[in-house]
Write a protein that binds this ligand. Sequence first.
Ligand SMILES: *[C@@H]1O[C@H](CO)[C@@H](O)[C@H](O)[C@H]1NC(C)=O
Ligand SMILES: *[C@@H]1O[C@H](CO)[C@@H](O)[C@H](O)[C@H]1NC(C)=O
Ligand SMILES: *[C@@H]1O[C@H](CO)[C@@H](O)[C@H](O)[C@H]1NC(C)=O
Ligand SMILES: *[C@@H]1O[C@H](CO)[C@@H](O)[C@H](O)[C@H]1NC(C)=O
Ligand SMILES: *[C@@H]1O[C@H](CO)[C@@H](O)[C@H](O)[C@H]1NC(C)=O
Ligand SMILES: *[C@@H]1O[C@H](CO)[C@@H](O)[C@H](O)[C@H]1NC(C)=O
Ligand SMILES: *[C@@H]1O[C@H](CO)[C@@H](O)[C@H](O)[C@H]1NC(C)=O
Length: 914
Amino acid sequence: MVKICPGACLVLSDMSLSEKMNAYFRLTFLAAVLIAEICAQPSTASDFILSSCRKSQIQLDLPAEHVLGKQVRFSAIDQDGGVALITDGLATQCGYKISQDDWGNVVFRGSLYSCYVQIQNDTYFTVQVKIEISSRPDMVGAEVYIKTVSCPYYWKPREIFCETNYMEVSVRRKIPLIAEGIFRDEPEDWAAAFDEAVVGLMSIWQVVFHKSSTQKISMLIDAAQERGYGVNTTDARTLLRSSYNATEAVFQKVDAVTFSTLRATLFYKQRWFIFLIDNAVACPVDDVKFSPGWITWTIPKNISPLLVGAKVLQKSSSQFGLDLLDLTNADILSGNYDVVDGAQATTVRIPMGADGGYYKSHVVNQEHGVTYSINPFLENNWVDDGWGVTKYTIVKDITTPFEKRPPIITNDTVSSTLIFSVTIGNFLPDVYLVNVTIGGTTFPVPEAIKTGYNVTSRIHPNGTSEFVLKVPFTDPRVSFKSLTDGLLFTLNVTFGFNIIPHDETFISSTVVQCFVPKPTAYCEQENGMLSATIGNLDPAWNVYIKDVPATTSNGMLASGNATYSKVQIPAQSDLVAHEAVGGSVAATIPINIKDGSGSTIYSIVAICDVPPIPVVCQPNGTIQVTVKKVADIRDMDLSQLVLRDRSCKPNQVDSNNAYFTFFADSCQTLRTFQQGFIIYENQVTYSLSGRILFIMNVTCNYTTNGTVVIEDYKPYDNPTPSAQSIMASLDLVLRLSKDDSYTDFYENMDYPVVKYLRDPLYFEVELLYSSDSRLELFLDTCWATASPEMGSLPSWPIVVNSCEYGEPYQTIFHQVTADSRVQFPSHFKRFEVKTFSFMNGDQPYTGSMFFHCDVIICDASNLSSDPVCTGIGSCIPARQRLGRSVNSNEDNIRSISSGAVYLLAPRAESYMQY
Ligand SMILES: *[C@@H]1O[C@H](CO)[C@@H](O)[C@H](O)[C@H]1NC(C)=O
Ligand SMILES: *[C@@H]1O[C@H](CO)[C@@H](O)[C@H](O)[C@H]1NC(C)=O
Ligand SMILES: *[C@@H]1O[C@H](CO)[C@@H](O)[C@H](O)[C@H]1NC(C)=O
Ligand SMILES: *[C@@H]1O[C@H](CO)[C@@H](O)[C@H](O)[C@H]1NC(C)=O
Ligand SMILES: *[C@@H]1O[C@H](CO)[C@@H](O)[C@H](O)[C@H]1NC(C)=O
Ligand SMILES: *[C@@H]1O[C@H](CO)[C@@H](O)[C@H](O)[C@H]1NC(C)=O
Ligand SMILES: *[C@@H]1O[C@H](CO)[C@@H](O)[C@H](O)[C@H]1NC(C)=O
């Protein structure tokens, strides 16, 4: 198979030599016709081996994907089919170089004057190489490829090539004019004297190395080759090749740069002449220096060992390039290279990271770092009076020293997300995250992702990458410590990395901590519900009130999002506790925050922003009561509040609160025993002119072990004078009877009814329009006022707490019996009022008077069914009620008022009569 690639380079491969030669000749004649066709041929197995002609070299490129991890062997094939394995020594001696970069790409280079090259007219060179690739060190089963590459090249009179593993100089032999008379007379003598010179048509016969001006080492050509030197002649040139450390080479400084130099005089014969030619080669060895970010390469201009006895006449400019390919000035500029072609030296500065080179990650002493590699060359040309034109080329494989690059671990955790976020970077693309060890457990990356950890890689525009690991705080492998004001979460993570292609491994560990403040709870009260907003919550946590989970289905979870929850419970719930907070007592919600497994992470108490709880039962038996001013009672004088023992008054009063403190065995506190509890009860009342406007029952339940249970305290804030005025849908009537027969009543038009003070007033209250015999009407409170408004002052009590009231002349209840008018006696109540009992100062009141009653409707057959009615009706004879219990639902209390009654003062004597 034959293939022609653009660029003056002929590739012949996988053919026998004769085939190739045939092909070559065919091509020579038909090239113009065939090129297009040949290039369209299907690719062959060895097509992955790219060949090219570069300067005075042929190059084969074997991409890493075909050779990585395999043994690759090159052999040179000569024109007779002889095969020579290219070892390191042979490479140096014969002008080959085999290298592999960090990625595994293999590059083979051969000098156009390498040992087994086929040369035509010193301008056309064909190198044939056998390539064996095997995965086994013993090369068994190797794939074998033959590559033949031909390159034309036009040599300068002297060319020096400093390859990394050898130095080579080729010099054009001047075909001297045969000097008249020299040796002509006695040719046989020369032939007889130098047998060796007769062996070939043209050959080198002897080499004299000039180690110094005094030390010269002379040897026959075979001996020189045995010592590793490459010495040969071609049609028009001589060649000398040497390693840098050859015995006959010397190290020598030129402008502070050390060169390995070798100078030799070759004796060769041509026809029957012996000629001498001086060969000198010098290549720098310490010309590359590293500084942070830069590679500096300095090559002196006048390399004295190459200019023995000569003077430089003209310097032509330098050519800089990479991988033996020229860079244009524009390339140099855009690559930020700095090439200074000075009079004394050419200095090249290469920025680390420049295009054309590459970074590579490595691990040295378990530490991660990078190197940067680049393969530049520099070509200088000059003209001197000894050698004519010299082309001087140096190629370098530069790798910067290993530079530690400890991975940078960034803690990107945002504590409110409750997810650890750790970034590690920056890495070259050859670094792979293999595994992560979280809290001691190692997960290969795919497994870590399956386990729920988020592992992602982020690739920057410049090709570097970083890895991001996310681990929720609630992960079982995250440890946490409870501190007084929150939790400290700790993530121990180790990242395990692998560097391709050589499986170098390293690890990087870190400990990331994040403090999360304790959840906060803010509590509010509205409409008898306490609601607590709990912040700093993890969505994976569950909120409990005491031991009851707060859920939407049980109504305790009101709302929330990822980081907060709002819970609510009725203020009277058993789950609400009470705690003394800053001198007063507050309702508190005990909140437990548990993780998925049910273990408590936090116990916090939401202190509710509600008015102080009015009753505190201290374990020592002290009862503290706070009574807030009742807004409905105008001008309420808190100092007038009393307990059952009316001598027990508030210990302290401020503008809004009255505070009682008393012992359970004082102030007429009632004591009962019930189911293991001792129940103490008392009552705070507020009376005005004998009328009770406010009652608050105080109960303390003590268990025998001294624990306090508080229940059933509720301000009794009704009735108050401001009880809402007569309702629009009046279903009650308060009538004034003309006498105690309750048969004749004053009509609307009779008002105001005028009475003398000594006249009793007979009132009747009726529930209208009802035929429900089970209902019974009770009078809760009746009172008189001087003006029509129920709440106006002065006011005088008539019925208090459902019982007759009045000193010294009590209100009298009258029996109601059925008659033609009274169908349901229980729908009526009658009472008699002594008008002169209303005092105005020390005088009985005279003038307009209005009468009012608060009325309660109860179930006559079962009074205890309604707490308001319980115990009612014990003020005999009228089956009035005795008192009221607590927790009343006030809906069945109605108010009613009479029309005006005008009281006239009787004569003084008649007044005294009573
Ligand atoms: C010298 O060059 C000739 C022609 O290229 C070649 O055949 C021969 O093998 C070479 N000798 C050495 C020792 O390299
Ligand atoms: C050899 O090369 C020289 C210079 O390129 C050329 O002048 C000459 O004709 C060539 N000879 C042959 C036989 O190709
Ligand atoms: C030159 O160096 C190479 C590699 O370091 C070594 O194998 C060789 O023996 C050395 N040659 C001489 C002549 O010192
Ligand atoms: C990982 O995190 C990224 C960025 O936050 C997100 O887009 C992606 O969905 C996450 N993947 C998993 C599996 O959680
Ligand atoms: C690559 O880009 C990243 C992010 O912009 C930057 O941090 C890093 O230093 C860059 N690396 C190189 C070698 O330029
Ligand atoms: C994790 O990866 C590192 C680096 O590649 C390796 O050295 C280590 O053995 C791995 N650990 C496990 C448990 O596989
Ligand atoms: C990680 O970040 C969090 C949140 O910004 C911060 O609270 C914590 O202190 C950091 N931890 C470490 C170890 O840097």
